[in-house]
Design a protein around this ligand. Structure first.
Ligand code: NCD
Ligand code: ZN
Length: 360
């Protein structure tokens, strides 16, 4: 049995408020615990998006009554909330900026709207960028110009990882995360478990898109540049994925560790590499306090097939359905209590704590 610290996933779409038919604070934290994750950082692109005190309250109240593992909530950067965001920073996981995707109230049409956020958001709270390719390069230039740390979400391209490497070598304060689906799947992966025809196409949709073989290889070759692994757990129902207008996103909390353990098994990663990127580094980058008496037990010899039906996520599917993996989370102890054991979630709703420590 392997004993690991409680894992931290800094990139999770909880869907509450507003889209609880996909997921909510209860089901997402069940999925987290089943995956060995004891802390999640929640993204702000809910309905409504989380961008001020009252919407932050909406999310945190739901989390407080329903979460079974620990958490914090990101605030979204909008066109006119830089002062509000800066004032709320201590109550948040950090600031999430969507730099090149249009997203309702979180839309930042041009760089003049980035500037007040970079000027005002406190430097000891993270700014996380959804920024791909050349927009990512612009984000790194902002980090240099404003001399403050940024964290790049879901890096997927060779050009991205190489530029981050070069920026780090020059002392720019940039960290980054990579998702398992960008390490294990390419745009033409036949191993991707999908429906036929239109179904397959919808289920393949994710942002950033699955990349080419050369990109995936570049990520593996530059592991030392990757600070964190993060799921970008983005649940949508199968009916939505198979519709004419399929939303992008994969669930990921329950497949995170078994996928990475494939790479440990074949020698591409060590267990220490995994601990560093799923615990030590995210703790440092996102200022997450230590969880006392917290660990997970993983049976590294257990071989099994990933099955959508076994998952706790409400979305009801996984692109890794049918994959044969080795390594199963047997037990999760969170702050002295057994929170998950042998397939059962034991932590109650409301057991989870806001790691920003504001709840009474
Ligand atoms: C995200 C989601 O579903 O919220 N989807 C995704 O593919 N990562 C939205 C997004 O980040 O574009
Ligand atoms: Zn995301």
């Amino acid at each position: 049995m392997l004993e690991l610290p409680g894992l931290i996933d800094p990139h999770v779409h909880v869907r509450e408020p507003g889209q609880t038919h996909k997921e909510d604070w209860d089901t997402v934290t069940q999925a987290a615990l089943a995956g060995g994750v004891t802390t999640i950082l929640a993204m702000p692109n809910t309905k409504p998006p989380i961008f001020d005190a009252s919407t932050l309250d909406l999310a945190l109240n739901a989390a407080k009554s329903k979460a079974r593992c620990d958490y914090a909530q990101f605030l979204g950067a909008g066109p006119d909330n830089a002062d509000t965001a800066a004032a709320l920073a201590p109550q948040t996981a950090g600031l999430k900026m969507y730099l090149d995707s249009t997203f309702g109230e979180l839309r930042l049409d041009d760089m003049t709207l980035w500037m007040p956020h970079f000027e005002k958001f406190p430097k000891d709270y993270p700014i996380v960028l959804h920024s791909e390719s050349r927009t990512m390069a612009a984000g790194i230039l902002f980090a240099a110009v404003y001399d403050r740390p940024i964290h790049i979400a879901h890096v997927s391209l060779k050009e991205e990882i190489l530029l981050i490497k070069a920026a780090k070598e020059r002392g720019i304060k940039v960290t980054c995360e990579v998702c398992p689906h960008h390490l294990f799947l390419t745009a033409d992966s036949s191993s991707l478990t999908l429906g036929e025809g239109r179904r397959g196409e919808g289920r393949r949709e994710v942002r950033p898109r699955l990349a080419g073989k050369e990109d995936v290889e570049a990520l593996w070759q530059n592991l030392d540049v990757i600070d964190c692994f993060a799921t970008d757990h983005a649940p949508h129902t199968l009916a939505e994925k198979d519709s004419d207008n399929p939303p992008p996103g994969f669930p990921g909390l329950e497949t995170l560790l078994p996928l990475l353990l494939i790479a440990v098994d074949d020698g591409r990663l060590t267990i220490d590499d995994v601990i560093k990127r799923l615990h030590t580094n995210p703790r440092r980058i996102f200022n997450i306090p230590e969880q006392p008496e917290t660990w997970i037990e993983v049976d590294e010899t257990a071989e099994y097939e990933i099955k959508a039906a076994d998952q706790f996520t409400r979305c009801g599917w996984t692109p890794f359905d049918g994959w044969k993996v080795k390594g199963k989370v047997r037990k999760v102890v969170l702050r002295g209590q057994v929170a998950f054991e042998d397939g059962k979630v034991l932590a109650e709703q409301g057991y989870g704590r806001n790691v920003r420590g504001l709840e009474s």
